[in-house]
Design a binder for this molecule. Structure first.
Ligand code: NAD
Ligand code: GLY
Length: 373
């Protein structure tokens, strides 16, 4: 599908070896989704997966759009919690799919929700009958700029997050920024951190926009929101196109801020003490300080990143007592760390990051200590 600009929505193509799909980014264009589905002929049964929080919001609009286009639908829900990304939820969902799909039906899973719904549903789509098509309809900012793009699907195991999964691309991503109106403030901020991260990875103009705005201004401006979502999505699309299966060391760049961020989330047992985005914000400060110690980044650019995070109201310090032993233990379980490579994604300047091996432990500790209260 080619790139198209209309007043209503904008299509960003994702070009992969032998396949392509589109991200449709708009504000209030959900009534057209059923028609798009029908015209593309992805299937003849839309199985909408959502959770009880989103059912009466975005999912209702999605169902109405399918109804208007005379597409047969079914609605499935899972509880609104990260625990829905579990083997037991996956097994229940696969059983429900087997019960929902009659002979002659060509089912398509339509995943209406945040990263939890997208990750669980994408994996179920990959496994049911050795694979059925799926569509992402992201309803959180994090899902719109990150998790709905690129085909990573997963559930968690007691041993760790995202340990069982597939890389399987959706047929289509329908991204309606109007859904974000009902998103709680903290979730919105958390998603904005991922957009900030994308700006550091590859978009100086997006960074400039984020530097000039407050979170409140962004929330109130549909045009800013659309610009931010589409520019951040383009950064991710570009990276995924270059390294779909994360074998070339390029997709890893998307993990900026995540090495320390994941450790912080694990150290608080993935509780609400830190959202993913808040942990990534502090992790980005750690990565920036390491980059500065290695003289990879100038003092001015490093300040821009930390000040930018701070001005948007993201945390830049670990604001409560967390045992160093627990934190360093969680860090030591990180794949990039235990591989012996001591590998970090580090900013060189706003708009460019590098993957660096052999980062001295001493510098990592110094950077971590700089964010501890
Ligand atoms: P989430 O899916 O748990 O959603 C956050 C909360 O917002 C939930 O309570 C949800 O019900 C609610 N919500 C969603 N949309 C809403 C709306 N429009 N209005 C009101 N409430 C709404 O969390 P998330 O931050 O979207 O995703 C986190 C998950 O994504 C994690 O499991 C993480 O591992 C995964 N993830 C995956 C990728 C990937 O590439 N696949 C990338 C990043 C994160
Ligand atoms: N969220 C990281 C990735 O998609 O690779």
């Amino acid at each position: 599908m080619g790139e198209k600009m209309t007043t209503a929505s904008q299509n960003i193509p994702v070009r992969l070896a032998g396949r392509r799909y589109a991200l449709s980014i708009g504000c209030g264009h959900t009534p057209s989704l059923g028609k798009t589905f029908k015209q593309a002929d992805w299937g003849n049964l839309a199985i909408v997966l959502t959770n009880p929080t989103i059912r009466s919001k975005a999912a209702r609009q999605v169902m109405a759009s399918f109804k208007k286009a005379r597409v047969a639908t079914q609605l499935l829900t899972v509880p609104d919690t990260e625990r829905s990304k579990s083997m037991s939820s996956l097994s229940r969902l696969l059983n429900q799919l087997a019960g929902s799909v009659g002979p002659g039906m060509r089912p398509v899973l339509v995943l209406v929700g945040g990263g939890v719904i997208g990750d669980l549903g994408g994996l179920a789509a990959g496994l049911y009958k050795r694979g059925i098509p799926y569509i992402q309809v992201p309803t959180t900012l994090l899902a719109q700029v990150d998790s709905s793009i690129g085909g990573k699907t997963a559930v968690d195991l007691p041993q760790g997050k995202n340990l069982v999964g597939l890389i399987l691309q959706p047929k289509y991503v329908h991204c309606d920024t109007a859904f974000l109106k009902t998103l709680p403030e903290r979730q919105f901020r958390s998603g904005l951190v991922e957009a900030f991260k994308s700006a550091i990875i590859g978009d100086t103009q997006l960074f400039g926009l984020l530097e000039r705005r407050s979170v409140e201004q962004i929330r109130k401006s549909p045009s800013d929101l659309r610009t931010i979502v589409s520019r951040a999505a383009r950064v991710k699309v570009k990276v995924v196109e270059l390294d779909e299966f994360e074998t070339k060391g390029i997709r890893m760049k998307l993990n900026l801020g995540h090495t320390f961020g994941h450790a912080l989330e694990a150290a608080v047992n993935y509780s609400s003490v830190y959202t993913h985005g808040e942990a990534v914000a502090i992790g980005t400060v750690v990565a920036t300080r390491i980059a500065r110690s290695l003289k990879l980044i100038s003092a001015g650019e490093a300040d821009r990143i930390v000040v930018g995070l701070d001005q948007l109201g993201f945390p830049i310090r670990v604001g409560r007592k967390i045992k160093r032993t627990v934190l360093y233990d969680a860090m030591s379980k990180d794949k990039k760390w235990t591989s012996g490579a001591h590998r970090w994604v580090l900013p060189r300047r706003v708009g460019q990051v590098v993957v660096k091996d052999g980062v001295p432990v001493r510098m990592v500790r110094q950077a971590i200590e700089s964010v501890m209260e």
